[in-house]
Design a protein around this ligand. Structure first.
Ligand SMILES: C=C(O[C@@H]1C=C(C(=O)O)C=C[C@H]1O)C(=O)O
Length: 369
């Protein structure tokens, strides 16, 4: 059978007819789901109805990947479904997502991959501003970096969780590759702008290629690119997309210390969602440093409930010197479960300010499980 271009294009046209009808049929069902969600809310308060359901989206992506017979690549099909679900969220409600900007940051990248093209985005100057946009209800969701596989915890995010009432609703992992962008040449560069966490991820490169150069910390990697674009002998360490956005040349690619460099982001909101088949929960508590073994006793509560810990970190409480807030994340448990109620009650016997910061579907990439 010879392949005729016109016949094949007619075939595509006819398939597009069917696809458009099916996509609209799906969109209508998602409108009905939106109405059902509003009805299910006692208050009928449209403002407080959540349209972004991370657990359901995870299920859809898993189903789509499982059902895919090819030749479409799984990643391509998931990208298509990302946009289908983004459109269906936007149909249900106007959604505004706050992220650490300006455009071109890794937070922006993570936000777009999580929410797609159909929702609205609001760029914020600092991580604290992202929290504030959600706290004040200007944005229903916010995306904040939580930890990086090379540089560790993102301190401003941890510190905001101590003070804020926002809840973690979802997590997402983003592979991070850094670029040195500039209008100058590597030899002529006099200063390098970037976010401190990004600078920490490129120590080997900086020590070998730009030893002794002035490093200037910024609020975000995209702000660094913006600043570098306005100077003659400056460079920025940032996402590749900043080259086009801010008109900079690529001097060096993939300058992160480890090629599998990954950042975990949290999607924050005013509420977490219902349990799924596999959730994680992040808790916070303060131990009394006068009680010997207080932290050990705290951790034993998790052991006694057979909970696997996936992250532990501490920050100064800012109330008294040498008084710490501990963050503990455990896997396989939802924040509203009986187990977690018991954990919170038991910790409360000898720890102060026990709080569940969030509970969310486990999105760890396969190779981390
Ligand atoms: C349609 C829903 O709302 C949103 C859109 C989804 C979709 O289009 O499949 C899935 C989850 C939600 O983020 C739903 O809750 O099922």
């Amino acid at each position: 059978m010879s392949l005729n271009l016109d016949t094949l294009r007619l075939q595509i046209d006819s398939l597009d007819h069917k696809l458009i009808a099916l996509l609209n049929e799906r969109a209508q069902v998602s409108l009905d789901i939106g109405a059902a969600k509003r009805e299910a809310k006692d208050s009928q308060d449209e403002e407080n109805t959540h349209v972004y359901i991370p657990g359901r989206e995870k299920q859809v992506f898993e189903k789509v990947t499982r059902l895919n017979p090819g030749p479409l690549a799984a990643d391509s099909l998931c990208a298509i479904y990302r946009e289908i679900m983004s459109a269906s969220i936007a149909l249900q409600k106007d959604v505004m997502v706050a992220y650490l900007g300006p455009v071109g940051s890794f937070s922006h990248d993570a936000s777009m991959k999580r929410f797609g093209d159909s929702v609205q985005y609001a760029s914020q100057g600092t991580i604290a501003d992202v929290f504030e946009a959600v706290e004040r209800g200007r944005c229903q969701y916010g995306v904040v970096p939580f930890e990086n596989s090379i540089a560790g915890s993102v301190v401003p995010t941890l510190d905001k969780f101590i003070k804020s009432k926002v809840k973690i609703r979802a997590e997402t992992y983003l592979p991070v590759h850094h670029y040195l962008l500039s209008n100058s040449t590597t030899e002529a560069v006099r200063r390098v702008y970037s976010h401190p966490v990004a600078l920490a991820q490129c120590q080997i490169f900086l020590n070998s290629q730009l030893k002794g150069i002035e490093l200037i910390p910024c609020a975000s990697t995209s702000e660094a690119a913006q600043l570098a674009s306005k100077e003659k002998y400056a460079a920025a360490i940032c996402n590749r997309v900043c080259a086009d956005i801010y008109g900079l040349d690529i001097l060096h690619a993939d300058i992160e210390d480890q090629q599998d460099n990954t950042t975990r982001f949290f999607i924050i909101s005013d509420a977490w969602d219902a349990p799924t088949v596999s959730d994680k929960t992040l808790l916070m508590f303060t131990v009394d440093h006068r009680l010997p073994g207080a932290l050990c006793d705290g951790l034993k509560v998790f052991k006694d409930h057979s909970l696997n810990l996936t992250k532990i970190d501490s920050r100064p409480s800012m109330l008294r010197p040498w008084h710490y807030v501990f963050f503990v994340e455990c896997a396989g448990v939802h924040g509203d479960s009986e187990v977690m109620n018991n954990v919170v009650a038991e910790l409360g016997k000898f720890c102060l300010d026990v709080k569940i910061v969030g509970t969310y579907p486990d999105q760890r990439p396969q190779d981390l499980n």
